[in-house]
Design a protein around this ligand. Structure first.
Ligand code: APR
Ligand code: ZN
Ligand code: ZN
Length: 361
């Protein structure tokens, strides 16, 4: 039996979001219905609402979520009713060239639920990132559910579904940060702060946080930054070099997504160092670099997509580390809010005080 529950809908370009009754079908083959317990408010949800991602309104927003599997469809073996799970954007196929080569994070054939959730008048909803979890219940592909230790708070667990995983993964998976490394992180929002926490977890000796907002730097320090640079009044490239004995950092993580900060990252790395781009640029952004500077420095210029994560490997591991007191994931939850407060949470995003507002249900 399809069920009616409450969900947060973005009805049209730039229109305020509102809570409406949505219809969640029974799970079909390979699908699961999840009773959502918590879902973080991410910039990507705001971009959906603004029409910056696609025009497929109405959207069912929310994608950084954790909850309990309520029911599963035919052939589902990954999870069972009662399992506590974190949702991920895409279930990997296990069959394509990327999956078979052991790099499922580049899977060509990721999938979401086939059936559609709808409004009560039958209008089909587009779930944000194939999830749609600002709702009491949501329908996903079973492979989008990753079982984790239920001892963790759902508000904390859900954040691994997107921005926090992107940052931790940029450091650990893409950047390959290891014990004794020097790391610089440019941009200390949720993603940059997670890269700092990830670098700390990986044993980096020096973690240099760079931001133009002093308040961000205080928080970065609390998450493990050993040095901070306010790039509003200091040249960050000079400062990073000075803090690393004149060499530059082994790994520089760009978590803003702008040409000027990418340029800073490029020049702030050590010879043969690694630059990781995790900030998302807009389509018109371009960067010109002397090719000789690329040639002359060696190393690696990488981008990190969803932290190059493998949910089945990374989600349970990071939650276990958190439960052991070794990864302060709770620091990313600034406030908890109700379903009908998402619009207000979007407004607070611009203030700079909120790392993550998390809707709890
Ligand atoms: N130099 C340094 N820091 C900057 C600069 C700059 N020129 N411009 C902005 N910042 C800082 C902001 O002060 C803020 O602390 O970058 C941070 C960006 O943080 P958020 O807006 O909270 O964004 P976040 O969620 O961390 O995502 C960062 O990664 O996944 C992508 O789409 C996401 O592009 C975005 C980036
Ligand atoms: Zn695949
Ligand atoms: Zn997100």
């Amino acid at each position: 039996m399809a069920q009616e529950v409450r969900g947060v809908i973005a009805p049209g370009k730039d229109a305020p979001v509102r809570v409406e009754t949505i219809v969640v079908p029974d799970p079909g083959p390979g699908e699961a219905v999840v009773r959502v317990q918590a879902c973080g408010v991410c910039h990507t949800d705001l971009h959906y609402k603004q029409g910056g991602i696609t025009d497929d309104f109405p959207f069912l927003l929310g994608h950084e979520a954790a909850g309990v599997v309520e029911s599963v469809g035919e052939g589902v073996t990954e999870v069972a009713p009662g399992d506590f799970v974190v949702l991920n954007w895409r279930a990997v196929c296990g069959q394509c060239r990327a999956c078979l080569r052991g790099r499922p994070w580049y899977c060509f054939d990721t999938h979401n639920a086939k059936q559609k959730m709808t409004l009560t008048d039958g209008t089909e909803l587009s779930p944000a990132l194939g999830i749609g979890a600002f709702a009491e219940k949501t329908l996903v592909a079973a492979g989008q559910c990753t079982k984790v230790d239920p001892a963790v708070s759902p508000a904390v667990a859900g954040l691994l579904g997107c921005g926090v995983m992107a940052g931790i993964g940029a450091a650990i998976n893409t950047g390959g940060v290891g014990r004794g490394d020097s790391v610089a992180v440019i941009g200390c929002g949720g993603v940059g702060d997670a890269a700092i926490a990830g670098s700390n977890l990986a044993g980096a000796a020096k973690i240099i946080a760079v931001d133009i907002d002093g308040r961000k730097l205080d928080r970065a320090r609390a998450l493990g930054a050993t040095h901070t640079v306010n790039s509003k009044d200091t040249d960050p490239v000079e400062a990073i070099r000075e803090l690393t004995g004149g060499f530059g950092a082994d790994v520089v993580i760009e978590a803003v997504g702008r040409p000027e900060t990418y340029r800073q990252a490029f020049y702030a790395r050590d010879l043969a160092g690694t630059v990781v781009l995790v900030g998302v640029p807009t389509p018109e952004m371009k960067l010109e670099l002397p090719l000789l500077d690329v040639f002359g420095r060696g190393g690696a210029l990488k981008s990190s997509w969803y932290g190059d994560c493998l949910p089945s490997r990374d989600f349970p591991m990071l939650i276990d580390l958190h439960l052991q007191g070794r990864l302060p994931l709770d620091a990313f939850v600034t406030e908890t809010v109700q379903l009908d407060e998402v619009e207000k949470a979007f407004e607070r995003m611009h203030g700079g005080d909120v790392l993550r507002s998390v809707v709890v249900l």
